[in-house]
Design a protein around this ligand. Sequence first.
Ligand SMILES: Nc1ncnc2c1ncn2[C@@H]1O[C@H](COP(=O)(O)OP(=O)(O)OP(=O)(O)O)[C@@H](O)[C@H]1O
Length: 423
Amino acid sequence: MVLRAAAARRVRSGRRRHGAGGAADPRRHPAVAGRGSGPRAGAQGAAAGGRGRALMLELHDLGVALDGRPVLRGLTLSVAAGERVVIAGPSGSGKSTLLRAIAGLSPVQSGEIRLDGRPVQALPPGQRDVAMMFQSYALFPHLSVLENLCFGLRARGMARRDAEDRARAAAHTLDLTPLLARRPRELSGGERQRVALTRALLREPKALLLDEPLSSLDTQLRVRARAEILKAHAGSRAAMLLVTHDQSEAMALADRLGVLHEGRLLQLAPPRTVYAEPANLFVARFLGQPAMNTLEVQLALDGGLWWGDQQLSRRLSPAPAAAGRRLVLGLRPEHLSLPGSRWAQDDPQQATLQATVEQVEPLGEQQIVWLQAGGQRLAARAEPELRVGRGVSLPLRLALGRASWFDPDSGEALSPVRHAGPA
Ligand SMILES: Nc1ncnc2c1ncn2[C@@H]1O[C@H](COP(=O)(O)OP(=O)(O)OP(=O)(O)O)[C@@H](O)[C@H]1O
C-alpha cells in the first residue's frame, strides 16, 4: 500500500485523479473519469476512456523483471472495450515487455492482469484470448493470404467453409480481396500489415496488442496505414493497446496516450491533454517536435518573473507557485512568436524577450525558427510566408498564459496558485 501511494504521487494526475480501483464496480468505468476531465488527467491507475464501457483489459500494479532487472514497475492501467490506448516511450522503456507480459510471453513478478474481468496470469498464452501483432507481422510465408487469415479460426476448430466466409468478409472490408491468393512475399509492407491486422481481429480477441505496427513502412504509407488501423478496429470490442516510439503515430491513433519511461507510466490521458498539460519535464520534452522550450526562471517576492537579469513579467495571474521560488517555465514552439507572425497567440500575459535568429528550417507547411537568447537555444513555429533573416535580433513574444510550470528539482508539473486579491 505504501509503495502504491508513493508511486501514485510520482505519477502526477493533476487536480483530479482517476483510480480504477476506486470504482464501485471494477468492471465498469467510473461515470466521470476519463477523457480530459482534469489537467494532466489520469496517470497511474487512470480509468479507461469510453464512458460507461466495460473494462476489457486491466493491469494492476504490474511488475516485470528480466534477468533480475526491473523492467516494468507498478504499472496500472485499464482499457475499455473498443478503446484504443497507445503507450509511447523511448527505446528500452519497456513497451514490448508490457505487451509480452499481457500476452503471457514474459513472466510477471507482481500485480494482476485481467481480461474481461477474469485474472489471466495463470493461463498459458494460447488461452488468454489476446491477439498480438508483432513488428514483423509474423505471417506464415508458405500460406496464401486467405489461408493466413483462416489459420487462427481453423486452429480454434471452425469448419473450413465458415472460416473462409469470415475471412473473405473481413478481407472485403479492408480491401484485401484481390490479394487473397497471394503469398506474403508477394505483398507490399502496407499490405502485409493489413493482412496481419485483419488476421488478429478475425479471432475477435478481448485485447489486441500491437507492437510498433507501422515501423517497417515508409512515411507516406504510415499515414495511410494509421487510417487502416482505425478502420479495422472500428466496431470491434477488442481493447486495443498499441506501443510505439513514434509520437505522431501515438497522437493520431490514441483515444488515450500513455508515456512510459524506465518501466513507469508517467501520464495517461487524451493525447491533447498530454501534449498541452504534461505531467512532468520528461513528458514535456518527449512529446512535440521540436520539444518544449524550457527556461529556469525565478518568481520574485513581489510576484515578478525573472529569467536571469531579464524581467519577463511584473506579475502573473494566476501565479504558478508561491513567490520566491525557482521554477521551470515550459513553452511549446507555437507559444513563441516572431514580430509580424499571424500565428501569434492572443495571450493577455504576453512577455517579450530579445532574441537572435540562428537558423530557419522551412518545412513546407510551417517553418521552425531557432533562436538564441540569454545563452539558450529556443524554437519558435511560424507560418511559411513570414520572412525571417538569419542573424537578425528581434523581440520574441512569449505567451506566458499558455505556459507549463515545473518544479526544477523533481521535474513535476505545478498547479497554478490563484491570487487571493486582484491581479
Ligand atoms: N529477454 C530479455 N532479457 C533481459 N532483458 C531484456 C529482455 N528483453 C528486454 N530486456 C530489457 O528490458 C528493457 C525493456 O525492453 P523492451 O524491449 O520492452 O523496450 P522497448 O521500449 O520495447 O524498446 P524498443 O522501442 O527499442 O523496442 C530493455 O532494457 C531491454 O534491454
